[in-house]
Structures are given as structure tokens and as C-alpha cells.
Design a protein around this ligand. Structure first.
Ligand SMILES: Cc1ncc(COP(=O)(O)O)c(C=O)c1O
Length: 424
């Protein structure tokens, strides 16, 4: 029963394009309007209780309304929402983040992941004096022009704008490579004229695609050899896959990393962090301009600090163990039903791919059965499980998911996969 959502969506469509503020939220026939979140749960406007495996597309690693985050935000709200001046908890947030991230000596805060990657590219270009940047097919780094390009079929091909309104000139210096393909990376780097390779160390915007063993290390070696900066876009993986993000998990240090999502504890957040000699080019210390009215604001800093303080080794062990349980359960269902499907995961982020035996890059993901996934998604919603509504997203777990939530998820997947069995 979702009549109230349907009614609100009809109203929304007359005042917001597509009825939403970000396109992924507008699934057919109409999205659920959410009234409240509590721990691992969402409650919609029709009174449905949904176990949340979307978690705001990743940020809510402690679930909804965690007392530590809630108390910190309320305390700060009492003191003030915005100062337009440095604050002590912004400083503590910076010190704690830098302390956790391998290879990072300094950080500049922003307000979203997209803002962070936009700034990181400018910084890499300012540092190297080069224009070209390389991204992976299927990688997503936010909605700004330079990285909003259609996946092309061949590496080194000139990219086409992926949205109306993006001038060709804005993506003329953006090159594509296939993820997990060392030769493709070597090809785009060989001219020695690339400012930066920006890559999600675990791809999370074409489903979940982990790096092949040794791939990130090889990228590190090749970029260094060519005087190219390596930027890990850790907007999803930062704080998610380990305390120090993917750099810690895979033992590979990038020159810069970009952060967002989980570092804000549910409030808007972004950051660029990296090597001192590069970061010192950021204004006002250096000539690369970055600025923002809300950057490093005390409220986000308070929420982010509360999350950072909560995430210790035991929390990651528990999240990883829950992830392992879910992934094994899903693989068992796939094997029992002899489905053409596979599951990719890293710790507490995972995705099932329908219609594929293996997905190791963006093009593999694009070939999956996205229509069958939409059917599965609607089934899961009907069974009280809120997933991201697309094959090309990641499901997430939080500290508040308990055994019964994971058991329920498996049961719903089991019945949902029975329904889509014929199409995959
Ligand atoms: C890896 C990655 N980078 C950047 C972004 C953009 O972040 P935001 O939506 O906060 O601008 C996203 C958003 O999904 C992301 O997944």
C-alpha cells in the first residue's frame, strides 16, 4: 500500500523536475516518500516499515539517528550552525581524518563528493601543469562537467558529453580507460601528458566492482612513472571499507583522495586530502582556488567527528562479517537456482548482477539485465526492503543491521529471484 506516496509524487512532479531532487530517486511507477528513519529502518508516509540497505546511498554507516551523531549535532546546533570562521571541531575533524588516511598530510573540506572531485582535478592540473585527466568507464565522480562523460568503447577515444549542456570543450581533455585493465591504463598514460588518473578504488556506481589483485598497485606504479597524479575517489569507500579507506585496505597510497558521504555522518560533506607538497598549492596557501560558504561548517564537523570516533576495528570486523554472511547467502541462492547472476562485494558494500557470470569493469556491468533488476527491486520493496533502485548502485550495511534483518533480506531475495528466474 503506497497510496500516499503516489499522491505526493503527483504533486512533486509539478514543482520539481521528475518529482525529485536527484534523478536516481525517481523509480517507476513512483518512489516511496519517507517520513522517518530509525537505526536500520525507514518508515514511509503510508506507514510501511522498510529495512534500509540504501542508507542514503552510503553515508549512514551507523544507521539513522545514531545517538552519538544525534547528540553531537544537537550540542553543536545549540552553539551555532555556521560561523564563516575556523572552529575547533573543524580542526579536530581535520586532524582525525588526516591521522586515519594513509598518504594524507592535509585536507580541504568541501560540501559534497562532487565538489571534492571537481577541486581535486583542478589541484592535479595546477600541480602538474597538464590538462588531461583519465577516468574509468562506468566511474562516477559527481555531476560536474569534466567527468560527466559517456563511457566510450575504446580507451583514448575522445569522450562525448554525457549530458545536454556539457560543452565538448569541458570533456575534451577527459580520457577513458577500462577499470581493471593494466594495458588500457598504460595506453592512456604513455604520452606523459596526463595530469591525473581519478578512479574509485572499488567501483560503486556500476554496481560494485572490486579491483583485481595487484591492479591498484600497478596503477600506482604507472602513474608515478609518468609524473601523473593518482586520485582515489573514496567518496564511497572512505570510512566504509576500512578506517583508512581503500588506501589502507589495499595498501596503496594515492597522491590525493576525495571523500564525502560517510565522513559527514548524514550531513552534506566532502573533502580533498593528500600529500603536503600538493595540498600546499590550495588557496590561500597556493594558487589553486577552492572555496565554499559551508565548507568545514561546524555542524558537519560535529557529525563527522562523532562517526570517526565510533568507527574502531571491532566495528569494521562486525560490518565485514555481516557482509560476508549476506554475500554467501546470495551466492547460495544463485547456485541453488542455477541462475545466471553473480555477486560482487567488499566488506559492507555489495551488489548482485543479473544476467552475468562475472563483472570486472564498467562495460561488464552495463551488459547486465537492468530491467530484471528493476523487477527484483520492486519485489524487495514490496517485501519491506529498501534497496537502491538500480543495478548500477551498491547496497550497504550499517552497524544497526541485526541477524533478523539479514535473514529477512535473504528470504526476500530468495522469493524475488524465483520471480525473475525466467528472465535471467
Ligand atoms: C564515488 C563517488 N564520487 C563522487 C560522488 C558525488 O558525490 P555527491 O553526490 O556528494 O556530490 C559520488 C556520488 O554518488 C560517488 O559515488
Amino acid at each position: 500500500m503506497r497510496e500516499n506516496s503516489e499522491r505526493l509524487f503527483a504533486r512533486s512532479r509539478s514543482v520539481m523536475p521528475g518529482g525529485v531532487s536527484s534523478p536516481i530517486r525517481a523509480f517507476a511507477p513512483f518512489p516511496s516518500f519517507i517520513r522517518r528513519g530509525d537505526g536500520p529502518l525507514l518508515f514511509d508516509v503510508d506507514g510501511n516499515r522498510l529495512v534500509d540497505f540504501c542508507l542514503g546511498y552510503g553515508p549512514l554507516i551507523l544507521g539513522h539517528g545514531h545517538p552519538a551523531v544525534f547528540d553531537a549535532v544537537m550540542r553543536q546546533a545549540n552553539e551555532g550552525l555556521l560561523f564563516g570562521a575556523p572552529s575547533p571541531n573543524e580542526l579536530e575533524f581535520a586532524e582525525k581524518l588526516v591521522g586515519r588516511l594513509p598518504g594524507a598530510d592535509m585536507v580541504r573540506f568541501a560540501n559534497s563528493g562532487g565538489e571534492a572531485t571537481m577541486h581535486a582535478l583542478r589541484l592535479a592540473r595546477g600541480f602538474t601543469g597538464r590538462d588531461k585527466v583519465v577516468k574509468a568507464v562506468g566511474g562516477f565522480h559527481g555531476a560536474h562537467d569534466a567527468l560527466l562523460v559517456k563511457p566510450g568503447s575504446a580507451a583514448m577515444e575522445a569522450c562525448l558529453p554525457g549530458s545536454a549542456g556539457v560543452p565538448e570543450g569541458a570533456v575534451g581533455s577527459t580520457l577513458l580507460m577500462e577499470f581493471n585493465d593494466v594495458e588500457a591504463a598504460a595506453g592512456v598514460l604513455e604520452g606523459g601528458d596526463v595530469a591525473a588518473v581519478i578512479v574509485e578504488p572499488v567501483m560503486g556506481n556500476c554496481g560494485v566492482v572490486p579491483p583485481a589483485p595487484g591492479y591498484l598497485r600497478e596503477l600506482r606504479r604507472m602513474t608515478e612513472e609518468n609524473g601523473t597524479l593518482l586520485i582515489f575517489d573514496e567518496v564511497i569507500t572512505g570510512l566504509r571499507v576500512a578506517a583508512g579507506g581503500a588506501q589502507e585496505l589495499y595498501g596503496v597510497e594515492a597522491d590525493l583522495c576525495t571523500l564525502g558521504k560517510a565522513i559527514g555522518g548524514g550531513l552534506p560533506a566532502g573533502a580533498v586530502a593528500g600529500r603536503r607538497d600538493i595540498m600546499e598549492l590550495v588557496s590561500p596557501q597556493g594558487p589553486v582556488y577552492m572555496a565554499g560558504t559551508f565548507s568545514g561548517n561546524p555542524l558537519t564537523a560535529a557529525a563527522g567527528l562523532a562517526v570517526l570516533n565510533h568507527l574502531d576495528a571491532a566495528v569494521y570486523r562486525s560490518l565485514d562479517s555481516k557482509g560476508g554472511t549476506v554475500v554467501q547467502g546470495l551466492r547460495d541462492i544463485i547456485a541453488d537456482r542455477r541462475l545466471k547472476a553473480c555477486v560482487n562485494s567488499v566488506g559492507s558494500m555489495f551488489q548482485i548482477f543479473l544476467g552475468a557470470d562475472e563483472v570486472s569493469n564498467g562495460s561488464d556491468a552495463a551488459a547486465c539485465d537492468a530491467a530484471a533488476f528493476r523487477g527484483l527491486f520492486l519485489h524487495m520493496l514490496g517485501e519491506g526492503h529498501y534497496l537502491p533502485p538500480s543495478q548500477f548502485e551498491s547496497l550497504f550495511l550499517c552497524t544497526e543491521h541485526q541477524k533478523q534483518h539479514l535473514d529477512g533480506l535473504m528470504e526476500a531475495f530468495d522469493s524475488g529471484l524465483r520471480e525473475v528466474e525466467r528472465s535471467v
